[in-house]
Design a protein around this ligand. Structure first.
Ligand SMILES: *[C@@H]1O[C@H](CO)[C@@H](O)[C@H](O)[C@H]1NC(C)=O
Ligand SMILES: *[C@@H]1O[C@H](CO)[C@@H](O)[C@H](O)[C@H]1NC(C)=O
Ligand SMILES: *[C@@H]1O[C@H](CO)[C@@H](O)[C@H](O)[C@H]1NC(C)=O
Ligand SMILES: *[C@@H]1O[C@H](CO)[C@@H](O)[C@H](O)[C@H]1NC(C)=O
Ligand SMILES: *[C@@H]1O[C@H](CO)[C@@H](O)[C@H](O)[C@H]1NC(C)=O
Ligand SMILES: *[C@@H]1O[C@H](CO)[C@@H](O)[C@H](O)[C@H]1NC(C)=O
Ligand SMILES: *[C@@H]1O[C@H](CO)[C@@H](O)[C@H](O)[C@H]1NC(C)=O
Length: 462
């Protein structure tokens, strides 16, 4: 470094040092700081310290959950607990002073369980708001009838609150919406016919509410973009609409736990992108169309009025499938004849309440990643002592015709039910309750009554 550049260096340092200092001591916009601190003061309990970094006079853009994408204005606010940790919650109310955060683009409130109140009115004062996630909080009451005034919204996700009443008609004015999730609330009435103007919608979840009647005809206008439609656990009725087969991107379709009747449209063979199809717990009848779905991972057709006789060929041939549930589907085949194309992809199989015979031995030998096998109330007949159980965690074979001894390998399972079969002999040591072994021919030993030593002694000389 010659002396000239050294002097330049010193000069530059003198010039830029104050700049560095200013960024360090930067302050966010006073309205944003005031709005956030007022929010904090509406919170009466915060045991896990979700808001502990929110301190007056410190740079609010660096507070936990606060983001300023450009400049000193808050653009994103994320206050999130963990759904599985009881101690992460906030008690109190959401302060209306959040309206001061005028540049707010995205709001994520989730799993802060104890917040009470109604739909936050301050949202109407935030002109740049695009993404609203208010999930698993205890907000209640109806949605405001003028909710359509939030016309710039792209995502509206209110899953897991206690909202009631009908969906306001004005939602049809939220024409930018790509995601609408009202799942897990207490909405009622019929689903209004509002979808014609919300053509960009890709994700629609109305599950777990009290909707009744049929899907409104304007759902058909979502054909171009909708990839997920979930309306499970309501009181919807009628037949499954034919127009769904025109939804080229549809990969999640969950109509489970409603009162759908009639047949699944044959045009469903055109839904080649299905990944998760759940039609369980309805009143659907035969025939079920053969689907052309190499991407299927989750399939649940349980508890309808199907009488399938065999596991459909298109299911058997699926190249990868994680979860297959065909409980009470009227299947009468022998498991010995079932050789799925991709046994090692199965994670969960539920074939309960059919009339399936034979043995799962081949099948359990080849489904090396299977964690759960549910097959109660069938006619399985095989020697339990010969079963190899490697990775499986849950095995329910109750109410079948299984015979032989119970192998010691069952001790490695988490859940087991072998009740009401024809098993015999001394039980290996396990943690399972007596009800897992009840109703067999001659099982003995803990947790059932002790084996009879006298009779065994008499037999032993033979
Ligand atoms: C939708 O917005 C338009 C124009 O802003 C308004 O006239 C109309 O009343 C709104 N519709 C509903 C159902 O709120
Ligand atoms: C729809 O919402 C329900 C209830 O909140 C939730 O359990 C489910 O996972 C959601 N479905 C999808 C496809 O995201
Ligand atoms: C479900 O809807 C039917 C009419 O379609 C109605 O008779 C019944 O009471 C509803 N059930 C519940 C639990 O809301
Ligand atoms: C299908 O839906 C039912 C009820 O809504 C649920 O219990 C079940 O786990 C779902 N099946 C799959 C494979 O996700
Ligand atoms: C599937 O779609 C094609 C083209 O869109 C159509 O011609 C055909 O009729 C459809 N198949 C069924 C079973 O509806
Ligand atoms: C299952 O595998 C074991 C060895 O891992 C073998 O002894 C047994 O014959 C196999 N059973 C069937 C039905 O394939
Ligand atoms: C096993 O199944 C029987 C009848 O199907 C039931 O009564 C019992 O509670 C079950 N036991 C366990 C441990 O799951």
């Amino acid at each position: 470094m010659n002396s000239c550049s050294f002097i330049l260096f010193i000069f530059a340092t003198i010039i830029f040092l104050p700049c560095l200092r200013t960024t360090e001591a930067a302050s966010c916009h006073p309205d944003d700081e005031a709005g956030l601190l007022a929010f904090k003061s509406g919170i009466t309990r915060d045991p896990s310290g979700i808001l502990s970094s929110w301190k007056k006079g410190t740079y609010c853009c660096s507070w936990k959950g606060v983001t300023c994408e450009t400049g000193n204005r808050v653009t994103l606010l994320s206050v999130e607990g963990y759904s599985d940790a009881d101690e992460t919650f906030l008690s109190g109310t959401i302060s209306p002073s959040l309206a001061k955060l005028e540049h707010l683009n995205e709001i994520y409130f989730s799993n802060i369980k104890n917040i009470k109140g109604s739909f936050p009115q301050y949202l109407f004062k935030l002109p740049m708001l695009k993404y609203v996630y208010i999930q698993n909080i205890r907000l209640s009451g109806p949605l405001p009838t003028n909710i359509g005034a939030l016309s710039q919204l792209e995502h509206l996700d209110l899953q897991g609150n206690h909202f009631t009443g009908p969906i306001p008609i004005s939602i049809s004015n939220l024409t930018q919406l790509t995601r609408l999730n009202l799942g897990g609330n207490r909405f009622s009435s019929t689903i209004p016919n509002i979808f014609k103007s919300i053509k960009e919608l890709g994700y629609l979840n109305l599950s777990g509410n009290r909707f009744s009647g049929e899907l409104p005809p304007s759902i058909a206008s979502l054909a171009r973009n909708l990839w997920a439609l979930s309306v499970s656990q309501n009181n919807l009725s009628g037949t499954i609409p034919n127009y769904l087969s025109r939804f080229k991107l549809l990969s999640v379709l969950d109509l489970s736990k409603n009162r759908y009747s009639g047949v699944v449209p044959t045009s469903f063979t055109n839904l080649t992108r299905l990944y998760d199809l759940n039609l369980s717990q309805n009143r659907l009848t035969n025939p079920f169309p053969p689907l052309d779905v190499s991407s299927m991972r989750y399939l649940d057709l349980s508890y309808n009025k199907f009488s399938m006789t065999t596991i459909p060929q298109w299911v058997t041939m699926l190249p990868i499938i994680n979860s297959l549930k065909l409980a009470k589907c009227g299947i009468k085949m022998s498991l010995d004849d079932w050789k799925p194309a991709a046994p090692s992809s199965y994670d969960v199989i539920d074939l309960s309440e059919n009339e399936i015979s034979g043995s799962p031995a081949w099948f359990l030998n080849h489904t090396i990643f299977l964690r759960e096998f549910w097959a109660s109330r069938n006619k399985l007949r095989f020697d339990m002592g010969k079963l190899t159980l490697e990775n499986i965690r849950t095995l329910d074979l109750s109410r079948n015709l299984v015979f032989g001894m119970v192998p010691a390998t069952i001790a490695g399972l988490q859940n087991l039910n072998l009740s009401y079969n024809h098993l015999c002999g001394k039980l290996p040591t396990t943690k399972f309750p007596a009800s897992a072994f009840a109703g067999n021919d001659c099982l003995c030993g803990s947790p059932l009554s002790p084996c009879k030593p006298l009779r065994q002694k008499k037999r032993s000389p033979k």
